[in-house]
Ligand binder design. Structure first.
Ligand code: ADP
Ligand code: TRP
Length: 332
């Protein structure tokens, strides 16, 4: 069987630089060489109870952003998760062998439960079983995701192993997070803490649709201080984050210039941020322009979604037929 690749992104807002470098960039490389299934995880997004209008709008927007970044429906299967309801049947099977204790221990669940204490629903608890179903419905072995998804992937392996053991089969592979042999990526946010993410509040994330003025405003607001006082010292986290962002979008000599200035204690953070904003805008501009033109092209978007749906369902239906047979659902 050819190596299959699966990954998904929840349509809970516009894509940001973290999504791009943690996931999309690898989608683009992988679509050239492998059998890829990339989907918009709209079932997953129901944990936060979007309105019907927001749900549909967000799915369309993310699809437009995928295409604007260079994802090619003729090379990869690009689909909307809810167009493949076979996923839910596999989700149910995995849920029957997923235990409350292990689901409660997942850090993303604990984080979400802390952030939204009034909405700790069963969908949130069983997020890892749905994610396992997304991946294993195509029997994929590699999953391009950012570092934050490692634990969810470990759960996927647990459910795959458990199924195989229970039915004495090797039907499901044990998928791994994938980044071409390099370390998994974590793009920091602009607020000085943790990762770039869309739910971290305004100013933390740079979105692929941000215009020049917005990018500048966000970057100029990033936390800095009065500068190092000791030569060759280690920058504090919030300054390291700015260097990390610069590493991603600026030229090597630009990064070196500011690193040397930091080491010599004569860095001017205002200049550094101005340069970063300029380079960031240059990096984002071509994609931003494409997003704007594609997102208003409904005809193109629905054609792409249909093309993906047909291929994804074919693959999913085969898995469900075989899984039903293994479990013992046979026609009587
Ligand atoms: P968000 O955290 O903004 O809600 P998602 O959880 O929808 O983003 O992430 C979608 C994909 O983007 C996943 O593969 C995830 O690992 C990746 N990703 C998100 N934020 C980052 C980041 N800051 N650095 C690296 N990868 C990220
Ligand atoms: N959990 C992923 C995230 O928050 C999104 C996702 C859902 C996913 N199902 C997946 C990623 C299957 C890879 C494979 O980013």
């Amino acid at each position: 069987m050819k190596n299959k690749i699966v990954s998904g992104i929840r349509p809970t807002g516009n894509l940001h630089l973290g999504n791009y470098f943690g996931a999309l960039k690898n989608f683009l490389r992988l679509q050239e060489e492998s059998d890829c299934y990339f989907f918009i995880a709209d079932y997953h997004s129901l944990t936060t109870h979007p309105t019907p209008e927001n749900l549909q709008g967000n799915v369309k927007q993310v699809l437009a952003e995928f295409i604007a970044c260079g994802m090619d429906p003729d090379k990869a299967c690009i689909y909307v998760q809810s167009d493949v309801p076979e996923t839910i049947e596999l989700y149910l099977f995995f849920n029957m062998n997923a235990y409350l204790g292990e689901l409660q221990r997942v850090t993303t669940f604990k984080d979400k439960a802390r952030k939204q204490p009034d909405n700790v629903n069963a969908g949130l608890l069983t997020y890892p079983t749905l994610m396992a179903a997304d991946i294993l419905i195509h029997r994929a072995s590699k999953v391009p995701v950012g570092k934050d998804q490692e634990q969810n992937l470990e759960m996927t392996r647990t459910f795959a192993k458990r199924f195989n053991h229970m039915y004495n089969t090797e039907y499901f592979p044990e998928p791994v997070a994938y980044n071409f042999g390099e370390e998994l990526v974590k793009v920091p946010g602009l607020d000085g803490s943790g990762k770039m993410g869309k739910s971290e509040g305004f100013g933390n994330a740079i979105f692929l649709i941000d215009d020049e003025a917005t990018i500048k405003k966000k970057i100029m607001k990033a936390k800095t201080d009065s500068g190092p006082t000791e030569k060759n010292s280690t920058p504090p986290d919030y300054i390291q984050n700015l260097f990390a962002l610069m590493n991603i979008v600026s030229k090597e000599e630009t990064v070196k210039f500011f690193k040397d200035a930091f080491a010599d204690c004569n860095i001017r953070y205002g200049d550094m941020k101005k340069q970063l904003a300029e380079d960031m805008n240059e990096f984002i501009a071509p994609t931003r322009d494409k997003i704007l033109s594609i997102s208003s092209n409904d005809e193109l978007l629905s054609k792409i979604a249909k093309q993906g749906r047909d291929k994804a369902r074919e693959s999913a239906q085969q898995t469900i037929r075989e899984v039903r047979d293994i479990i013992g659902f046979k026609s009587i």
